[in-house]
Write a protein that binds this ligand. Sequence first.
Ligand code: IMP
Length: 433
Amino acid sequence: MPAYGVIGGQWGDEGKGKVVDYLSQDADVVARFSGGNNAGHTVINEQGEFKLHLVPSGIFSPQTTCVIGNGLVLDLNVLRSEVENLQARGVDISRLQVSDRAHIIMPYHILQDQLEEKARGENALGTTGRGVGPAYVDKTARSGIRVGDLLNKEELHTRLRQVIKEKNVLIQRMYGGEPFSANQILESCSEWTEWLNPFISAVESTVQTALTAGKKILLEGAQGALLDLDHGTYPYVTSSHPTIGGAAIGLGIGYRSLEGVAGVYKAYTTRVGSGPMPTELDETIGESIREKAWEYGTTTGRARRVGWFDGVAARHSALVNEFSAVILTRLDVLDGFDTVKVCVGYRLNGKQINYFPSSASALARCEPIYEEVPGWDQPTAGLTTWEKVPTNARTYVERLQEVIGCPISIISTGPHRHETIQIHQFIPSTRSL
Ligand code: IMP
């Protein structure tokens, strides 16, 4: 019953879209299990360049069933335009299934997200403003509306009218915002139902049937472990579980199905939004990496903060996910540096520590302890074999492997599907990649 997880090992934006597109060539089912359209996955293959927010990045491999699991929160306007855009570009989306248990991001969630951020002032979390947090809050508060609810119009209208009444009180009294018209939202629901109906499915049954038949399931993570509600840099986190634990809940599978869990790490570190980031670089080097690597958010276009590889944070992610493999991306961005640094410990209150503090304020006070390794002149960009990687780049990769404590299986040397070095197979191949 083989399931393979692909999880962000840092603060998101590690290049999971490219990795999942590559690995999907060898998968039968590709499933998203958490988050919403706060995610932005870029895929470049023979079919073109695509920016996906909700549709699994496996949609380009014709043999895959692509599943949006119960653990997601869905802005159905975004899903619809993404699906229509894929269709217009000739991608077959008949293989897409959307869980009837997934929650819907309603227009009031988006406004609530933006009003709450504004009210936080200088303590703002830097959310993507897509309504993801408030939709998860309502899920937990048991006032959320799920995809399956669209199919029972009478019940939906009764519940939604009540929820909108409560939301309008909050929006008007607490934030002085404009109330929503219940009729307008109910109208949107009718439009969504008509369009979404063919995709709605009890996807846990699709996943379980595939697992029982021995099919290969790729679990596509969104965001990264350091943004996990429990294991990340709380409160500067997202409102879901991007760690592998989230896959069990977000799809309805057990741990016995897991054959492997790969952590995807960039060869350096980035973060978008607020919160501590010990290895953040000053503007000179940070800016040069940002421009070279075009480190701007796929979803919001915000400039990403850039830093050296943080080995303490990386090890923390590896432990809370029990990574069995590492997939290293964007190695080519470091081509041409005289030296490259790796953070191997922190100094906190004058003492060296090797753990990742649970408190964001303690983490903010941590000073990185660096090892400096020689850079490499010859490019790694576009390489497809390990033997061709320059010696100093190999030494750097091997050092990262030691620091993370997990073998590196795959290295990405560019954004295109084929710009990939496979050192070990992560998913046993039955098709040639
Ligand atoms: P939210 O998920 O929109 O509530 O945002 C919470 C935090 O997670 C903010 O710092 C966001 O910038 C960050 N975040 C959410 N999704 C992503 C992602 O896909 N990549 C990187 N950062 C993200």
